[in-house]
Unconditional design. Structure first.
Ligand code: HEA
Ligand code: HEA
Ligand code: CUA
Ligand code: CU
Lengths: 448, 219, 106, 631
């Protein structure tokens, strides 16, 4: 009987291994950590291979020994008591020394890798300040002097040195394909650096927050675009400038910026934009030819396109999408900055749009104390809200209407009139109507 | 915490080591308290010099409105209270000796044998220490340092407050023993009751020795 | 009911009144000395802190050994106290080291 | 041999006798039932977690509820299931294994139990009102401070853990004293059964680790209720303070979770191999070593926080070192079976299962211990795989084995071996099905603690398999529940020496009489019962009787199998009185913490009334308790 059991055991194991292999072949692994795309990950993967090899040897040895023992020494009916042994010093020493030796084989490359990966980054590196917020990422390029959010551009072939900081709770910065994690902590500055291989230009990677940071920890993702140095410079030069529409003096000639965007907005809206609760349509890019480089949407593989469904049930956000086609960016522009038009907090009480000011006064924030993502070149981004939504009009409209429903716990207040605002535990009686939201969306998508 | 030293009235059975259960338990408890105070002291040391606003323990500080705060720690006063606590340990051992040697020559009827006196004196010195601490806390609050003010305030008051709470528990314990002594007289058979209390009391003293040096004397 | 009284418990000798007095005297002297050097220029030298640590460790040891009569008591109690004490002190030192050096290059 | 299990095991029956009991065996049984209940509850929470994650972008529960679920799942499993399950065995077994009539402080023991039940309930109930703790089982500050978690959720967690800590500490002092002082004559330390030894180590871990989390929680409590700044980033606090304090506790805690299971396995393997434990000394010393080293590795949970290369190196090396004593245990267990006559009872299967599965978890642990590699593993499902292999594959398998093994001693009846076999194989397969794929999803980039994920990330299949495995795990646990309940009534009747084991607890009837040993045995070797029944098995170990003085002192007699059953009164053994005071004290203690909650609902007066009122009740009960005699 025991023999039958052990056979059952091994067949179960084989079955399982088989299932995993099948599973493994059928799927692609776009976030695999087993890559050599950066110097950092090359070191780690080398170390991992060593760990895996030694681990497997120990595993196979122990399990084989175990199975062999229980099969060989199973009880036989009527057999006399087995020979009684109480211990054996030689054996004890052996199985102390051998694991110790194996551990030495692990420890040596480990220590080597520790000092390599925690060395000081070369002075010629690109510096990127990463600031974690509940639940989005702020990226600053101090050498270039601009700030963006949730989407990170890196020149392939150059070392980037990330300087990590948090404004609130602890987050952790992770791009599985490019390097390990480093925690993002308030009152403490952390660093991590790596060099994306120069062959990577034109690829995009998923990034995640990997330290539990509250309600929307799962929704705190980001994207990394590795681009050629030339494209990077072009992008950076453009990001440094003011927003396309700003500073605005008179709302009238909205023309230069809008047509392209308007067309796109219109076309996106007329496509009966994704019904609630199913997969939303692909984002609509707004990439003007003459402007700075923007990572082409077309080059984003499916696994990098966010698929978060619209919230359903009591979190559903209804929006009359037919209004989107008629969105007027100029009117939207006035709304974002003018208290009078909203009867409530205008966007600029929290967001920064470079060159834009609140009607009555100054910009409320600088990059150093910003409460919300910098929207200056928002329309050059393909995703928003911690990378969980594609920047499509339908998504943006719902976002502006009720961000708290779109993203659990989001610190952007609910702005749509009549919407239930979870943070206030009540329905709003003021705020934006759908028309106004359509205007604001048009404006946002004009911010190239 | 009191539960750890509970079961005072358990009868003495055969024990493997010949030691009393309660005494074993109190030593285990004291070992555990080492880790408790280690955590408190570590936190205090880690946060030393990390406060972003004053007042500070050893440095003067001027707040943005120009108000000047003196260094907050008062060494002369604390030296006195430290001395009081050290002396309480002395009278504590005398109390134990008095109970243990009840009826023996040199103790019977003498000052040394007056356990009630020594127990009362220990409790009184403990209470004096607490009085010093109350004085210290109030004067700090007057000088602008509360438990909310800064990291130093939080960690200082919590550390010394925890110690003060231990002293308070000890004083209550001593008073309980005193009342038993008054009611029915403690005999050498009860020496263990006094012994475990004394161990606890000395330990609290020893913790203060560490605190006095690490918090008050070292900058 | 307690005729077979626990053996060994009181077999050990306790310190005596004479010792208690000396201990108290030493404790006082060391404390006075500690406070005194706090007010001397010696405070600014690099030896101040180590000296203080040694002094307070001495006081600590004296109280534990004599007042808590650990010196005369069962070895089990020595183990029950020193084991945790060592772990506590090592942890404290480790925590202190971890927090006092700026780890990250740059 | 006894033919019925109907021997009245305890002289009193009825609910009240359970509420007021101070008998370590009854308290052990109470721990067992309560902890199994919480285990189901935590498993159910895991079930919902896996349901939500079965497919990408599902909507089974909201993000907020999911976060409460995994927090409570982890907290429940660790503090309300595995630790108390171990405590059940400490209570039931330690006095029996060392030849004592009870623990050193029976009423304190009852107090520990009641604090545990009430504290556990206190922490568990809020999940029904959507206000359960939601900061993760290690509750990293500053997320758990007031500015970022203003609800009552975290308050329940802080106070619940504080309460449970008191329970664990009280129990630990009790068991330390018991093991040091209540051993029968001749039961030297190096003759103690390995389970008692491992428990002994665990008590020290508890006594040294819990004060640290107590202080960390006090800081958090003060921050939340009294406005201190310990974790207040605006005041310049260092968020790593919490992490260090937590893990100084947290790593010893994981050995608190595993060592009792190691102890149980060390009892089961020799019994069913019909050989004494191989390398007893080494197994004991390695247990001590694990406990000791366990205090020097905590920062391996923090390799991503940027401690610097030096600290990373040191903690990596100390962590790796722990693999050696653990490996020594594994090899000694295998050597125990080597050359034996292995009987595959359900208990034995679980014990062997532990060896097989814990090894996997241990190896992934060593993979974590390499900091650069851990930067890719930490906070992913690879870690989730690691700790479920050690916790489920280690602790839970060991505890299941222990339950099958000791059930006859506890209840007087065997559990069904047929159902036990089903339970084992289902669990074994399902466990691997659930947790093995997590190694893959983790290394392929899946972060932990996410309530949702997008399709096409390379994780879909693995998650689906994990969730299917969980379904099977629930099924297999139900088999166990049925077995457990059914065998209570209709299981085969067990004799005192139910399995042919060698240690003292098997010399007395099953279930044991309330006084355990009619006469205190004196012990001359590690396996007293084998000395009696199978002298050939112990002939190789040194025997020696304790000196005459100790024997007469304790009224001890040589070990013999006690089969008759008399009441304590007939034998003239004084038994402790039942008392309800521990329960009252426990209730007052819990109310004392609970009252503080009203501060956060702005009812300051109510809070103070309840807290101060129950504090006085607590102190009063304590006085009454301490001044009333035990017998
Ligand atoms: C029962 C509980 C338990 C046990 C016993 C262990 C045992 C070990 N654990 Fe585990 N661990 C946890 C519970 C446990 N762990 C939990 C709950 C977490 C996560 C907490 C959280 O984040 O929520 C965790 C996380 C964790 C981390 C942090 C991961 C991260 O978050 O990044 C690390 C890192 O080093 C680690 C290491 C180890 C090691 C080296 C051991 C060793 O003790 C293992 C030793 C055993 C063996 C190695 C196998 C047997 C040995 C041999 C057969 C000899 C030959 C072997 C070799 C030479 C390798 N564990
Ligand atoms: C001993 C500890 C222990 C045990 C046994 C388990 C058991 C299980 N755990 Fe556990 N788990 C942890 C400790 C444990 N876990 C910890 C510490 C964490 C980290 C938490 C954190 O991140 O803060 C965690 C996190 C964790 C996660 C990660 C969540 C996340 O990061 O988002 C997942 C996901 O799959 C998971 C799954 C499971 C499953 C499927 C089981 C299964 O084994 C459960 C099987 C089910 C049962 C055994 C009970 C079923 C029985 C019934 C339902 C019967 C009911 C019927 C009646 C009442 C009659 N666990
Ligand atoms: Cu930010 Cu998780
Ligand atoms: Cu650990």
């Amino acid at each position: 009987m025991p023999r039958k059991r052990s056979r059952r055991l091994s067949s179960a194991l084989i079955l399982m291994a088989g299932a995993l292999v099948v599973a493994a072949c059928g799927e692609k692994y776009p976030n695999s950590t087993f890559t050599h795309l950066t110097d950092f990950n090359t070191i780690i993967d080398g170390l991992w291979n060593r760990l895996l090899l030694l681990g497997t040897i120990v595993f196979v040895f122990v399990e084989t020994l175990l199975i062999f023992t229980i099969i060989k020494f199973r009880r036989r009916e009527g057999a006399p008591d087995p020979k009684q042994t109480h211990g054996n010093t030689t054996l004890e020493i052996t199985w102390t020394i051998i694991p110790a030796l194996i551990l030495v084989l692990i420890a040596v490359p480990t220590v080597d890798a520790i000092w390599k990966t925690e060395a000081k980054a070369s002075d010629s590196s690109i510096q990127v300040q990463v600031i974690g917020h509940q639940w989005w990422w702020e990226f600053r390029y101090p050498q270039y002097g601009f700030t963006t959010a949730n989407e990170l551009y890196l020149p392939a072939g150059r070392t980037v040195n990330f300087q990590l900081n948090s404004r609130d709770v602890i987050h952790s910065f992770w791009t599985p394909q490019l390097g390990g994690k480093r925690d993002v902590i308030a009152n403490r500055t952390n660093y991590i650096w790596y060099t994306p291989d120069s062959s990577l230009a034109g690829s995009v990677f998923n990034g995640f927050c990997t330290e539990y940071c509250g309600s929307s920890h799962a929704n705190m993702r980001f994207h990394v675009y590795a681009v050629s140095p030339a494209d990077f410079d072009s992008w950076a030069a453009h990001q440094k400038e003011n927003a396309a529409m700003s500073p605005i003096v008179a709302p009238a000639p909205a023309a230069p910026a809008t047509p392209a965007a308007a067309v796109k907005v219109a076309s996106a809206a007329t496509k009966p934009a994704a019904p609630a609760a199913t997969k939303p349509a692909a984002p609509v890019a707004a990439m003007p030819a003459s402007e700075g480089y923007v990572f082409p949407l077309a080059k984003m593989p499916p696994h990098t396109l966010p698929q978060t469904p619209f919230p359903v049930g009591d979190r559903e956000v209804k929006f009359d999408e037919s209004l989107l086609a008629g969105g007027d960016a100029a009117r939207g522009h006035e709304l974002v900055s003018n208290m009078a038009h909203m009867g409530d907090v205008p966007c600029l009480t929290c967001h920064i749009i470079k060159g834009e000011y609140m009607v009555a006064g100054k910009q409320m924030f600088t990059d150093d104390n910003a409460k919300a993502p910098n929207l200056t070149h928002f329309a050059t981004r393909h995703t928003f809200a911690g990378g969980i939504y594609p920047a499509t009009p339908a998504m943006l409209a719902r976002w502006v209407k009720n961000a708290e429903h779109m993203k659990p716990g989001s610190l952007m207040t609910t702005l749509g009139n009549g919407e239930y605002a979870p943070s206030m535990k009540s329905k709003r009686t003021t705020g934006l109507d759908d028309r106004q939201i359509a205007d604001i969306v048009a404006y946002l998508l004009s911010l190239k | 915490m009191a539960s750890a030293v509970a079961e005072v009235h358990e009868h003495t059975h055969y024990t493997t080591t010949g030691l009393d259960n309660r005494k074993v338990a109190i030593w285990a408890f004291i070992g555990s308290e080492c880790m408790l105070f280690m955590s408190l002291i570590s936190t205090y040391l880690i946060y030393k010099g990390k406060s972003i606003v004053g007042p500070f323990p050893h440095e003067a500080w001027t707040d943005p409105s120009g108000h000047v705060f003196k260094p907050i720690l008062n060494i002369p006063v604390t030296s006195q209270s430290t001395f009081v606590l050290l002396m309480s340990s002395l009278v504590m051992v005398l109390a134990l000796a008095a109970v243990e040697n009840r009826g023996k020559p040199g103790y019977q009827g003498t000052l040394l044998g007056n356990s009630k006196l020594w127990l009362a004196a220990t409790a009184a010195l403990g209470a004096t220490f607490l009085g010093y601490q109350a004085y210290e806390f109030t004067s700090f609050v007057h000088e602008g340092l509360t438990i909310h003010t800064n990291l130093f305030g939080s960690s200082f008051f919590t550390l010394t407050g925890f110690h003060g709470a231990h002293v308070t528990a000890g004083v209550l314990w001593l008073l309980t023993l005193l009342s038993i002594d008054i009611k029915r007289g403690l005999t050498p058979k009860d020496a263990l009751l006094v012994d475990i209390c004394a161990l606890y009391w000395h330990f609290v003293d020893v913790v203060w020795i560490a605190i006095f040096t690490l918090v008050y004397l070292i900058k | 009911m307690n005729d077979h009284a626990p053996h060994a418990d009181h077999a050990h000798e306790h310190p005596t009144w004479k010792q208690y007095k000396w201990v108290a005297l030493w404790l006082t002297l060391i404390t006075v000395f500690e406070v005194w050097i706090y007010y001397t220029p010696f405070k600014e030298t690099p030896y101040y802190i180590p000296l203080l640590l040694v002094l307070s460790a001495t006081k600590f040891a004296i109280v534990v050994l004599f007042y808590m009569h650990l010196k005369y008591d069962h070895k089990l109690f020595k183990a029950l106290f020193t084991g945790p004490l060592i772990i506590a002190v090592c942890t404290l030192l480790a925590l202190f080291a971890l927090f006092s050096h700026r780890a990250i290059p740059q | 041999m006894a033919t019925t299990a109907a021997t009245p095991s305890y002289e009193q029956t009825g609910i009240w006798s359970w509420i007021t009991t101070v008998d370590h065996k009854r308290i052990g049984a109470l721990y067992l039932y309560t902890a199994l209940f919480f285990f189901m509850f935590g498993g159910l929470e895991a079930g919902v977690i896996r349901w939500q994650l079965a497919q990408p972008n599902q909507h089974i529960v909201s993000a907020e509820l999911y976060n409460q679920l995994f927090t409570m799942h982890g907290t429940t499993m660790i503090f309300l299931a595995v630790m108390p399950l171990s405590a059940a065995f400490f209570n039931f077994l330690i006095p029996l294994q060392i030849g004592a009539r009870d623990v050193a402080f029976p009423r304190l023991n009852a107090f520990s139990y009641w604090v545990y039940v009430l504290g556990g309930t206190f922490m568990t109930l809020p999940i029904f009102f959507n206000t359960a703790p939601n900061g993760g089982w290690f509750g990293y500050a500053p997320l758990t401070t007031l500015p970022f978690s203003s609800g009552l959720n975290i308050d329940f967690w802080v106070m619940g853990l504080q309460i449970l800590g008191i329970s664990s500490l009280a129990a630990a002092f009790n068991f330390i004293t018991t093991i040091i002082n209540m051993r029968a004559p001749g039961m030297t330390l190096m003759r103690m059964p390995v389970f008692t030894w491992m428990s002994f180590v665990v008590q020290f871990l508890l006594v040294l680790a819990f004060p640290v989390i107590t202080i960390a929680l006090v800081f958090l409590l003060f921050d939340r209720f009294f406005g201190t700044n310990f974790y207040e980033i605006a005041a310049g606090a260092d968020p790593l303070l919490w992490q260090h304090l937590f893990w100084v506790f947290g790593h010893p805690e994981v050995y608190i979770l595993i060592l009792p299971a190691f102890g149980l396995v060390s009892e089961i393997l020799p019994t069913f191999s019909r050989k004494p434990l191989f390398g007893y000394n080494v197994v004991v010393y390695s247990g001590i070593m694990i406990g000791f080293l366990g205090f020097g590795v905590w920062a391996h949970h923090m390799f991503a926080v940027g401690m610097g290369a030096t600290a990373d190196t040191i903690f990596a090396l100390t962590t790796m070192l722990i693999g050696i004593p653990t490996g020594v245990k594994i090899f000694n267990w295998i050597a125990t079976m080597w050359g034996g006559q292995i009987r595959f009872t359900a208990a034995m299967k679980f014990a062997i299962g532990l060896i097989a599965l814990f090894t996997i978890g241990g190896i992934s642990g060593v993979m974590h211990s390499s900091p650069p590699a851990d930067l890719q593993q930490t906070d992913t499902y690879f870690v989730v795989a690691h700790f479920h292999y050690v916790l489920f594959g280690g602790s839970i398998m060991g505890i299941f084995g222990g339950i099958y093994f000791y059930y006859p001693k506890i209840t007087g009846r065997y559990m069904s071996e047929v159902l036990g076999t089903w339970h084992f194989w289902c669990t074994f397969i399902a466990m691997n099905l659930t947790f093995f794929p997590m190694h893959f999803s983790g290394m392929l980039g899946m972060p932990r603690r996410i309530y949702t994920y997008d399709a096409g990330q390379g994780w879909d299949t693995f998650n689906l398999i994990s969730s299917i495995g969980t379904g099977l795990l629930i099924l297999s646990t139900l088999i166990f529940v049925v077995n457990f309940l059914k065998s209570r009534k209709s299981g085969e009747v067990a004799p005192g020496d139910a399995w042919g084991a060698g240690t003292l607890e098997w010399t007395i009837p099953s279930p044991p009489p309330d006084y355990n040993f009619a006469e205190i045995p004196f012990v001359t070797s590690r396996y007293p019962l084998w000395d009696l029944k199978h002298p050939e098995r112990t002939s190789g170990i040194a025997h020696s009787a304790p000196d005459v003085m100790t024997i007469t002192d304790a009224h001890a007699t040589p070990v013999h199998e006690e089969m008759g059953h008399k009441t304590a009164a007939e034998l003239g053994i004084p038994m402790p009185f039942n008392t309800v005071k521990p329960l009252i004290a426990a209730a007052a203690l819990v109310a004392m913490f609970g009252g503080l909650l009203f501060m956060h609902t702005n009812q300051f007066a109510v809070a103070m009334t309840i807290t101060i009122g129950s504090a006085s009740l607590f102190v009063g009960t304590l006085y009454a308790w301490l001044t009333s005699p035990l017998e």
